[in-house]
Design a protein around this ligand. Structure first.
Ligand SMILES: Cc1cc2nc3c(=O)[nH]c(=O)nc-3n(C[C@H](O)[C@H](O)[C@H](O)COP(=O)(O)O)c2cc1C
Length: 517
């Protein structure tokens, strides 16, 4: 049995990193500001190649870009300007603010604690104005640092055991996650954040790619060691988490250069000292795939259709039909504008949003993500449960979202603002929001099917859908924020319907109120 099939590791990690009323109070952890990690990975010996300063606009409506994807095998390759758009709008610095701990460089996608532990690398063949190579994206300089010259796409094709979306992609973006940068604040829970923060970034990346006419495929099935080795990252500190194939070329790439020897490139230390959280590295090792054969078996998993209805339920659905806006009715604010407008709400006004606004957000965020772990296309691992505080035309209460029927099923009516505030780690934001959208998943069949790696996939999917909800809210001039939560209390609140499931993610949506920092 491979480690990936030993499911105890995922369960141990999940249970050990739950938040509860008691665990939060018992945790002596504090943020050591003098040892705060650098927010950027810097290779001091490599001169960055500056990206064009002007970022082109597609003008495609954000609400279309988050909902749609370009059909697989549509011939298209990004040029340098498209690469610039993709990088800037998913991981670029979009705002900066002075803070007692120093300057904070806010990025295009939401990220827990604004710690930005996700790094992006490009692996491409020759593109218009960008030579074949492996590059690291440097947001601070808004540039690319070339790590290897030449076309290394075959290495990725092999590492993914012949994943054709990767094979034919002119460009693949590799997302890595750096433990310490996030664990400085969040300790072992950081491994969950890898999925969340990589996911919100991917929501932007996928939407921009769609707006650019590029097909996409998120790939979680790869031989970890081979990808890490190709990037020459230190897997005790930084690990490849997801790959995104972008575009489609006419042919598979030529053989890669034989040399993938270590680069021995110096990087600037993130902090004076780093604290190790072995639970996360154990989780990562146990969800790693060790050979092409293992990747192939992993990918050939049987299809899983998801339905938030518990097996054996005989209660006929008392659903509220959603009323999403049609393509002709949606606000047409372009994806670029919406990404730049986005920023997590720091205070909600308690005023209601409308049912069509909520419906549009839910419907458009959940139309499916092209990913190697979501089969058939349109499948979803997470179920959405809502606390509705203030939506015109929808009684306040707890609901479950039936995606396939476009309905919300009321689990219990009532005013749950206080409960929402408590469940969202006793914060005011979820109490004041118009709606709190909880992502719950039944980890049992997911881990059964994908092994421990299913834990990565379910967190990543939640982050992607959460990121789409963010964009769906801001496209309608609403506000949103990701939130953390008291795991088991969330399940208790939505039970008996949610019995046996696990809390994965939370996004609050509403009207932003002016907030004095
Ligand atoms: C998954 C996730 C969880 C978050 N949890 C919280 C939270 O519990 N409380 C909070 O105030 N903000 C939370 N945030 C918001 C982040 O602090 C915010 O994204 C970060 O500071 C970057 O700022 P921006 O989103 O405005 O660009 C969360 C964000 C994400 C993506």
């Amino acid at each position: 049995m491979t480690d990936n099939r030993n499911l105890e590791t995922a369960w141990t990690y999940h249970d050990a990193t739950k938040h509860s009323y008691a665990s939060v109070r018992a945790n002596p952890h504090f943020m050591d500001w003098a040892n705060q990690p650098l927010p950027f990975k810097i290779y001091p010996a490599l001169e960055p190649l500056r990206l064009p300063g002007e970022v082109r606009q597609t003008g495609v409506a954000a609400l279309s870009a988050i909902a749609e994807s370009v059909p697989a095998r549509t011939s298209a390759a990004p040029d340098l300007e498209a690469v610039t758009q993709l990088l800037y709008l998913s991981a670029g610095i979009t705002r900066q603010r002075n803070h007692p701990g120093g300057e904070i460089y806010f990025r295009a996608a939401a990220c827990t604690g604004a710690l930005y532990e996700v790094e992006l690398y490009l692996v491409c063949g020759d593109l218009a104005n960008l030579q074949a190579g492996i590059y690291h994206f440097a947001p601070a300089e808004f540039g690319l640092r070339k790590l290897r010259a030449g076309d290394y796409r075959r290495v990725l094709l092999e590492a993914t055991s012949g994943e054709l979306a990767i094979g034919y992609a002119p460009l693949t973006v590799i997302c890595t996650c750096t433990y310490w940068r996030n664990a400085w604040k969040y300790q072992s829970r950081t491994y969950r954040h890898f999925g969340w923060d990589n996911g919100t970034l991917l929501a932007n990346l996928l939407a921009v790619a769609t707006a650019l006419g590029l097909s996409t495929q998120v790939v979680c099935g790869f031989v970890d060691a081979n990808v890490n080795r190709m990037l020459d990252i230190d897997p005790l500190r930084e690990v490849a988490f997801s790959l995104v194939a972008l575009g489609h070329a006419a042919a598979l790439p030529p053989p890669s250069p034989a040399d993938i020897s270590p680069l021995s490139l110096e990087t600037v230390p993130l902090s004076r000292r780093e604290v190790d959280y072995p639970l996360m590295r154990k989780m990562h090792a146990a969800s790693s795939l060790d050979s092409g054969e293992e990747v192939k078996t992993w990918r050939a998993h049987p299809s899983m259709t998801n339905s938030p209805t518990p097996a054996g339920s005989v209660v006929p659905l008392q659903g509220v039909q959603l009323s999403p806006l049609s393509d002709a009715e949606i606000p047409r604010d372009p994806i670029e504008q919406v990404i730049l407008r986005r920023g997590s709400s720091r205070k909600f006004s308690q005023t209601p949003i409308t049912l069509p606004q909520l419906s549009t957000m839910l419907a458009r965020a959940t139309r499916g993500v092209p990913a190697d772990f979501l089969d058939p296309p349109g499948a979803q691992l997470n179920d959405l449960y809502l606390i509705v505080n203030a939506v015109e035309g929808l009684p306040s209460g707890a609901y479950v979202f039936h995606r396939n029927r476009g309905q919300l099923e009321c689990l219990k009516p009532g005013n749950f603002r206080a409960e929402a505030g408590y469940l969202g780690l006793e914060q005011q934001l979820p109490a004041d929001a118009a709606v709190d959208i909880f992502f719950l998943a039944d980890l049992r069949p997911i881990l059964q099917r994908f092994g421990n790696r299913g834990y990565r996939a379910v967190q990543l999917e939640a982050g992607i859908l959460g990121g789409k909800l963010y964009l769906g809210a801001y496209a309608q001039r609403l506000g949103a924020t990701g939130l953390t939560f008291y795991d088991d209390d969330v399940i208790r609140f939505f039970s008996p319907h949610a019995e046996g499931k696990s809390a994965i993610f939370l996004v609050a949506v509403g009207n932003s109120a002016k907030h004095k920092p």
